[in-house]
Design a protein around this ligand. Structure first.
Ligand code: ATP
Ligand code: LTN
Length: 326
């Protein structure tokens, strides 16, 4: 069975974009692949975080993954920071990574401009990500297009290590979903719905109340021609709502266009608001049960045990190959 692995940084509330773009995709693949899913809490630290808020988000994210349909029996689920072999591997990989490669990463260039006095962690971010991927010999890494460059760097680092020290790593490939849609910000549909967005009005959090979800959708920015037609270039607002409705119900865009033909934006928005809020409320019900129960700790204990065993094996092999053993 081929392995897939992905992680999400807990840098803000888990959004509808993360659900549709990342978790739903993992759910649809969990039968066919040996799947690894983690919370990338060490990666969150590359930009300053409030420790209390970050801590509270960790279990919330895990509970949300499972409430969204990730089956703990079919996935290895864990917190990145509980596997100490990953940062240890990352150091060894740093010594096989060129400074030029790391500093050419687009995310590094952008974020280092945004934050004055940025940390060294921001530069080594993709090397830690390489360790995340390489320790378990992941074949495919489902990510958004913005992370493709990081997965390709992980592959380059692995290839160089294999060449220099002998076969050690499987070469991973990014898996960019063709069908996976990008959910846009409801207030500014030209940009991605993102958990670090400052204006919450354009972002649906999976923890929002039913009323908030409905309000945000009813107030979503749309054009003025009142036609329910998919056209991302000229009608990004309404196209975004069509994408959301289609992802949630499994119905095609054409079916939805036909059903709401001539009915105007108000009626369509009400429909999207109602199916989206109901869908998220069902997920929240399951989420609450998980958060209140004991199951979560057991899932994390099992996940980290498996993850640590694999990472220790790979770390020891790397050290042996590199000559740093007694
Ligand atoms: P940040 O604001 O910190 O960049 P983000 O919410 O944009 O965070 P990431 O943590 O970078 O999300 O992404 C986690 C996963 O969720 C990735 O696989 C990414 O492709 C997916 N994802 C995030 N936002 C969206 C979106 N709006 N539409 C579709 N997929 C998304
Ligand atoms: N950098 C990714 C999160 C991430 C990740 C990973 C994704 C950290 N480690 C390993 C895939 C594989 C992001 O910002 N979305």
């Amino acid at each position: 069975m081929k392995k897939i692995l992905t992680g999400i940084k807990p840098t803000g509330d888990f959004t509808l974009g993360n659900y549709i773009g990342a978790i739903k995709q993992m759910v649809s693949m969990q039968e066919e692949y040996d799947s690894y899913l983690f919370v990338a809490d060490l990666h969150a630290l590359t930009i300053p975080q409030d420790p209390k808020e970050l801590h509270e988000r960790l279990k919330k994210f895990i509970a949300m993954y499972i409430a969204c349909g990730i089956d703990p029996k079919k996935n290895t689920i864990y917190l990145q920071s509980e596997n100490e072999y990953i940062p240890a591997m990352s150091y060894l990989l740093e010594c096989t990574t060129q400074y030029g490669e790391a500093s050419r990463m687009i995310q590094f260039k952008e974020k280092s401009k945004e934050h004055s006095n940025f940390s060294v962690g921001l530069l080594t971010y993709p090397v830690l990500m390489a360790a995340d991927i390489l320790y378990c010999d992941a074949d495919y890494v489902p990510v958004g297009i913005d992370q493709k460059q990081h997965v390709e760097l992980a592959r380059d680092i692995a290839e160089r290590f294999n060449h220099r020290y002998g076969d050690t790593f499987v070469l991973p490939e990014p898996m960019i979903s063709k069908s996976g849609v990008k959910i846009r910000d409801l207030k500014d549909p030209t940009k991605k719905m993102s958990k670090s967005e400052e204006n919450p009005q354009g972002v649906i959090s999976m923890f929002d109340t039913k009323e908030d979800i409905e309000k945000k959708i009813m107030r979503a920015t749309t054009d003025s021609d009142n036609q329910i037609k998919y056209d991302m270039d000229h009608k990004p607002g309404i196209s975004n709502l069509l994408n959301i409705a289609s992802s949630i119900t499994g119905r095609t865009i054409e079916e939805l266009e036909k059903e709401f033909d001539g009915q105007g934006y108000g009626t369509f928005k009400k429909y999207v608001a109602s199916i989206t809020s109901e869908h998220i409320m069902k997920i929240q019900e399951k989420y609450q049960q998980l958060l209140n129960g004991k199951e979560l700790d057991q899932i994390l204990d099992e996940g980290i045990q498996k993850s640590r065993t694999l990472a220790k094996g790979k770390y020891d092999l790397m050290k042996q190959r590199m000559g740093v053993i007694r």
